[in-house]
Design a protein around this ligand. Structure first.
Ligand code: ATP
Ligand code: MG
Length: 562
């Protein structure tokens, strides 16, 4: 979508207002802050497109900051995958940074807060701490350790850092107000003891900072002007600001947290925790399974980066939670593939056609246009011979007038080739059709300019020449879940809605010989069937295709119906 076409989203409006109020454009700086505890999904793409989009719009740097404060769940594998996905989407970050780089700075600030009487070591069990939290309508209770002296706090905190205590023995808490109306302000935890090795800092630290304490201070260190996060952090904004107040130097830029609605998409789940369950419990074959809503899954499925960016743009940035129809994503990939994918012929459910008046030893090369949507796409050679495969469902012995494909005694055009007429069938004992015997009109070759070639017949079907065809495997995907919102039920597990037919493997597909040299990542339109790409599992001996999307455009239809 072009800039002129759409109005500013509400985040852009906030930025415009700040600029109008004197913020210099050169001070604008954004960040995308993934936690490296899983692969990026299409929801993250919303945040990526928002932040990097703002960077492009205002010519401002965008940092990639790994929010790596929880060593129990984070791994280098995820860091690498996240970087690869952002690059694939076509975005460039300014600096690659890690919250863990700030552990020492955060620690020093925590010491300062202890000295200022703004933080204390609590030595209760986590159950006791939870009990004292109160409720939204009832104030919490002060911890008996709340009034420890600065010296005692410093001593304990240093020992926590040095690993002299076990996990759970002590925590460091901010000293705010146990009766605060915002429960997040009731002396939130800043540090917990975790004797876990970190993917970057190794065993250097025995204490790890909490998200709320880390995030705003990291924004401040990086001088991020607008820290954009999802709505569930709205109540955290007050705490974000309180933590900033403890370290803020008025000479510096003060980051501003603003919230936007999460991207939810129908018929899938979008939380790394749940996606990890699908991977670990074997419901899918890894994070990049083409049924996954991950960026890597969509890439493997044949989605283009452009279609994901366009989708994010069309779906937009909202203030309130909402669900975007998966059909909108499919619409965008179809739209792009229509422009770029070469057309080829493949038969997924073959039945044999014998053209009885075509000489047995003859074959010929026909010329087929690669893409009518792209005049520079050129053409290719498609061999034709006496025996062909067509789709089983493209033939009926008898059918009503609405069936425009092949039926007995009627004609149909073979795409890029001749008009044929079905005369008889050969069946096995169970009545299954083994062969359809046809005759062809030898003057009707497509594009030959003869009168017969211009003869109008109602239907056109695709085909492959049996002796030239290449056998291939095709993987057909359906939605991974049967319910529109599988994780919206309180007492049903989202995995109960797994679609048992989300993957169909077809090893009896025949494709035209031009596909012999197709490589991983190549994308095609199988005419009349859909868009397909070469899967990572594909080899020269065993071509494997994924169906990215069928041709049918349910989104556009829905829009028309209104
Ligand atoms: P998940 O629940 O899937 O693990 P998360 O929010 O914990 O998501 P992070 O790695 O912390 O994942 O997210 C990085 C950034 O992406 C954050 O700014 C977060 O708000 C944003 N983000 C995550 N999920 C979505 C979503 N569904 N829609 C929009 N932005 C999202
Ligand atoms: Mg998270």
């Amino acid at each position: 979508m072009t800039e002129e076409k759409r109005s500013l989203n509400f985040i852009e409006q906030i930025i415009e207002e700040d600029l109008a109020n004197g913020l210099e454009t050169s001070k604008l700086r954004f960040r995308f802050p993934p936690e490296p505890n899983g692969y990026l999904h299409i929801g993250h793409a919303a945040s990526i497109c928002l932040n990097f989009g703002l960077g492009l719009k205002y010519n401002a740097p965008v940092n990639l900051r790994f929010d790596d404060t929880n060593p129990t769940k984070e791994e280098q594998e995820y860091v690498d995958a996240i970087k690869k996905d952002i690059q694939w989407l076509g975005f460039k970050w300014d600096k690659e940074l890690y919250s863990s780089d700030y552990f020492m700075q955060l620690y020093n600030w925590a010491i300062k807060m202890i000295k200022d009487g703004k933080a204390y070591v609590d030595s209760q069990t986590s159950e006791e701490v939870a009990r004292q939290k109160g409720t939204p309508t009832q104030p919490g209770t002060d911890s008996p350790f709340r009034d420890r002296t600065v010296e005692e706090n410093l001593d304990l905190f240093t020992k926590m850092k040095n690993g002299e205590f076990e996990e759970g023995e002590h925590i460091l808490r901010a000293k705010i107000d146990m009766a605060h109306t915002n429960m997040l302000m009731r002396d939130p935890i800043m540090y917990r003891i975790l004797k876990k090795s970190h993917h970057r800092t190794g065993s250097e630290w025995n204490i790890y900072p909490m998200y709320d304490w880390t995030h705003g201070e990291s924004d401040y260190i990086e001088q991020i002007s607008h820290s954009l996060c999802t709505l569930e952090f709205k109540h955290h904004r007050e705490l974000y600001n309180w933590f900033l107040d403890q370290v803020y130097d008025p000479e510096k830029l003060r980051p501003k947290q603003r919230e936007f609605a999460r991207r939810n998409i129908s018929y899938t789940v979008m939380s790394k925790r749940k996606l990890l369950q699908l991977v670990e419990e074997g419901y899918v074959n890894g994070w990049d399974d083409p049924r996954m809503p991950t960026i890597s899954g969509l890439r493997r499925r044949g989605y283009t980066p452009g279609s994901i960016v366009d989708f994010s743009e069309t779906a937009g940035i909202a203030k309130r939670d909402n669900v975007t129809d998966i059909a909108l994503l499919e619409f965008h990939v179809r739209q792009e593939l229509n422009k770029i994918a070469p057309r080829v012929m493949a038969v997924l459910d073959p039945v044999k056609v014998v053209i009885t008046n075509y000489p047995e030893d003859q074959e010929e090369i026909l010329i087929a246009e690669n893409n009518p949507e792209d005049e520079n796409a050129g053409s290719r050679e498609v061999p034709f011979s006496r025996e062909l495969y067509i789709e089983r469902e493209d033939f009926r012995e008898q059918a009503n007038k609405k069936f425009f494909r092949l039926k007995l005694d009627k004609e149909v055009r073979l795409k890029n080739a001749y008009i044929i007429k079905a005369n008889s069938v050969v069946k096995d004992e169970e009545g299954k059709i083994l062969e359809i015997h046809c005759t062809y009109d030898k003057d009707s070759k497509s594009g030959s300019g003869t009168e017969a070639s211009m003869r109008k017949v109602k239907g056109t079907i695709h085909w492959v020449s049996i002796k030239h065809a290449v056998k291939a495997e095709v993987r057909l995907y359906d939605r991974l879940f049967t319910d529109e919102a599988p994780d919206s039920y309180k007492d049903v597990d989202f995995k109960d809605f797994i679609n048992p037919d989300s993957l169909k493997i077809n090893k009896n597909t025949f494709v035209e010989p031009s596909l012999k040299t197709a490589k991983t990542g190549d994308r095609f339109q199988f005419q009349r069937l859909g868009y397909f790409n070469i899967d990572d599992d594909s080899t020269v001996e065993n071509l494997v295709f994924n169906r990215t999307v069928p041709l049918r455009d349910s989104w556009a239809k829905m829009q028309k119906k209104g």
